[in-house]
Write a protein that binds this ligand. Structure first.
Ligand SMILES: [Zn+2]
Length: 384
């Protein structure tokens, strides 16, 4: 059935027509048929007047671990990565993931405007996919690999829905395995992801094998036996292994210098910032402004409820805005949760902007992001 939605303003994120005042969206069977001024597109279909709101494309959370949702509030904040990781390992042993916690987390994402999720899964891919399906959210599942080198064995894999393999981190994964995972994704044109330069000491580890973080990894037997310092930073190491290109989502990138940022920009990789998770764990803050200035496509992820108070992308965007500066254009902020992750995940024909043919998936812009929020309400009547 055809439906027409009217809103005071639509920020389409579409280059053709980015701002539509007194706008309308016509959709049928979940697809957008038309976007434009209400007087042009509002003549057909059952009308739903959404009132004095600003519509934006449905938000995309580029990094979350939904199968950790049962650990909400169980891991202490602000004590650094080692304490957080030890807390996580202990909690994971004592409490099992369950469908109701995952579904509750997905519903909270949906309520705050998220329409698509890039989720990192271990064993609970089916549980996560069922929760996404139950709530009508699209999702790409990154099946995470770490540890020693081995055959990927993915041919007969029964992963539900869109997915691709990913690497946990270079400090936990044999480099040959990391290259194989990326190669598997490249051969199929699929997105790839890894946690990169998140932890203080990660660069020191790759440079010379020393430091507190290296000691932590060795004592917990996380560091692969094959590990050898490369004499490079974590980002340079990822580049040397061929892991960075336009289909790579490099997550965190907190501990990156100007050389690393240049490397990331030249590679075409997208960087997924998780500012509130970084603050929760206490690993520092990413140089978001420098990354943005270098032209690195930025995305945003909430990470999991084991390192965040909620999975609300608007809250994440507020934290990112603090890092980027209040002078950052709204379109650049919105791109981090719409266009940029859509491109990185290869779903730009479905999500990321409001245009004909795309999914009829939108969110409401909160007043504190809306430069015209104080404008008087447009007076109008619904045509039909
Ligand atoms: Zn993560």
């Amino acid at each position: 059935m055809m439906r027409a939605y009217r809103a005071a303003r639509i920020l389409t994120m579409d280059a053709q027509r980015s701002v539509v005042e007194d706008g309308g969206i016509v959709e049928e069977n979940g697809r957008i048929l038309a976007v434009g001024p209400w007087k042009e597109v509002g003549g057909e279909g059952a009308c739903h007047d959404l009132g004095s709101v600003t519509l934006v494309p449905g938000l995309i959370n580029a990094h979350v671990h939904l199968e950790l949702s049962h650990l909400a509030g169980r891991i202490p904040a602000g004590q650094g990565f080692a304490a957080w990781a030890d807390g996580l390992f202990g909690a994971m042993k004592s409490v099992r993931p369950n469908p109701s916690d995952i579904e509750r987390a997905v519903r909270s994402m949906q309520a705050s405007g998220t329409r698509y999720v890039a989720d990192v899964t271990g064993r609970e891919a089916l549980m996560v996919r069922r929760a996404l399906d139950a709530c009508g959210l699209g999702g790409h599942l990154f099946r995470e690999f770490s540890g020693r080198s081995r055959s990927l064995g993915l041919q007969s894999d029964g992963m539900p829905g869109p997915w691709s393999p990913a690497v946990h981190a270079l400090y936990s994964t044999d480099p040959v395995l990391a290259r194989d995972v990326k190669g598997w994704c490249c051969a199929r044109g699929l997105p790839f992801s890894l946690h990169l330069a998140e932890v203080p000491g990660e660069n020191e580890l790759f440079l010379d094998g020393g430091g507190d973080f290296a000691g932590f990894l060795r004592s917990r037997r996380i560091l692969p036996k094959s590990f050898a310092p490369s004499g490079m930073s974590a980002v340079a190491c990822a580049g040397a292994l061929g892991l960075l290109d336009s289909r790579t989502l490099a997550v965190h990138c907190v501990h990156v210098d100007s050389h690393d940022i240049g490397h990331l920009a030249a590679s075409g990789a997208s960087v997924c910032l998780c500012p509130r998770s970084n603050a929760w764990i206490g690993v520092g803050a990413a140089p978001a402004r420098a990354l943005h200035a270098a032209g690195v496509p930025l995305c945003l992820g909430t990470d999991s409820l084991a390192s965040n108070a909620d999975l609300d992308l608007w809250e994440e965007l507020r934290a990112a805005r603090t890092l980027l500066g209040d002078d950052t254009p709204l379109a650049d902020l919105l791109a981090m949760v719409t266009l940029n992750p859509a491109k990185a995940l290869g779903i730009e024909r479905e999500f990321g902007c409001l245009a004909p043919g795309r999914r009829a998936a939108w969110a409401f812009l909160p007043a504190d992001f809306d430069p015209s929020a104080s404008a008087p309400e447009v007076s109008r009547n619904c045509a039909r």
